[in-house]
Ligand binder design. Structure first.
Ligand code: ADP
Ligand code: ADP
Ligand code: ZN
Length: 217
């Protein structure tokens, strides 16, 4: 099964993608993670993406579609893919349709994670992750059960994204409303859209996504 998690910054896409990897054996394909890795590695893609990401803008469709196209050549995508943070523009959605068709892959569902703007700012501002395993946490909403120790792997180092600051979040929200929100209508017209209340607690969101996916499989 191949699915898209659609939603604004902080909607819970990464959180739910990790759960779906564990429960359904799907592969998470996060363009944000891939672009951050390219920046850290100092590749040509990373060099072109760095300043845009820092400012909370969108990296060009050509770069992002190129990265996704290469990723879809890896054999593990046959297990099924969770697209997290991609597509974010109509040209990206159209490119994804072409890529999936060329690779003989189907798109089973698009989960629209609905979260209001105030919650996004709160979520993103309080977000941090385990430096070892990548498990996501939040200053007030999802603390590790033992302070300073990752629940998943026991590591004690955590990190915050450079772009999770107030100014950048405002830019990212503007980009979401201008460029990404139109995809809700795009996938609704394609009969793929499943809306989920992203304001609910993490377990309830997981259950709502599971119900939506069970209805299509
Ligand atoms: P995205 O990948 O959509 O940007 P994340 O999954 O990283 O979002 O979640 C953003 C922040 O909100 C993280 O700190 C995460 O722990 C927290 N979070 C995720 N889902 C929920 C939820 N349903 N309720 C409260 N906090 C959540
Ligand atoms: P979030 O969902 O929390 O906003 P991501 O990790 O998905 O964050 O993305 C971080 C940044 O990477 C974005 O603000 C943007 O600059 C860039 N990016 C990620 N995915 C895309 C994409 N599909 N198209 C354009 N830019 C992207
Ligand atoms: Zn960890």
């Amino acid at each position: 099964m191949n699915i898209i998690l659609l939603g604004p910054p902080g909607a819970g896409k990464g959180t739910q993608a990790r759960i779906l990897m564990e429960t359904r054996g799907l592969v998470q394909l996060s363009t944000g993670d891939m672009l951050r890795a390219a920046v850290a590695a100092g590749t040509e893609v990373g060099r072109q993406a760095e300043a845009v990401m820092k400012a909370g803008g969108l990296v060009s469709d050509a770069i992002v579609v190129g990265v996704v196209g290469e990723r879809l050549d890896q054999p593990d995508v046959a297990q099924g893919v969770i697209f997290d943070g991609f597509p974010r523009t109509t040209p990206q959605a159209e490119a994804l349709d072409r890529l999936l068709a060329a690779k003989g892959m189907a798109l089973d569902a698009v989960i629209d994670m609905q979260v209001d703007d105030a919650a996004m700012v709160h979520r993103v501002a309080g977000r941090y992750t385990c430096a070892n395993c990548g498990e996501g946490y939040h200053d007030t909403d999802k603390k590790p059960s033992v302070d300073g120790v990752c629940d998943k792997c026991g590591a004690t180092e955590f990190k915050r994204r450079k772009d999770d600051n107030a100014e950048t979040v405002a830019a990212r929200l503007r980009e979401y409303h201008a460029e990404t929100a139109p995809l809700i209508a795009y996938y609704s017209a394609a009969g793929k859209l499943k809306a989920v209340d992203g304001m609910a607690e993490i377990g309830a969101v997981t259950a709502a996504i599971a119900a939506a996916l069970d209805a299509v499989s």
